[in-house]
Design a protein around this ligand. Sequence first.
Ligand code: DQA
Length: 148
Amino acid sequence: MKILFLNGPNLNLLGTREPDKYGTLTLDNIQTFVGQEADKLNVEVDFYQTNIEGELVDKIQQAKGKYDGIVINPAAYTHTSVAIRDAILAVEIPAVEIHLSNIQKREEFRTISLTAPACIGQIAGFGAFSYKLGLIAIVDYIKSLEQD
Ligand code: DQA
């Protein structure tokens, strides 16, 4: 099983970016943490970060036929991107949306996700652990499809 982790804008700054909201782990640290869980679950994981909306759309399109699932933190594009939502719907690859912070507890504009309705579900508010939970959730979902 192959899972693609996609990370949107400013997540390359994790570690120093607003640590009170996003924690002190870097994206590399999180990737290592997710990799350890992936090994336990016996799944392959690829990680990608970009600040550019269209590159996220390209990655989602290119995932068709290569990945069984997507775990995505669209970052600020969560609240604005019809293009990412449409790309997830278009490829029909199961996706889980994740956030480090609890977006329901923050500014009102962050409580709206345009991308979550294209996903199986959303995990938010658990810091780096949201990434691990996202992996567990997508793997469990894909396995349940295989049993049908
Ligand atoms: C975020 C929440 C978004 O509102 C914000 O724009 C981010 C990070 C999170 O992981 O908590 O960049 O996606």
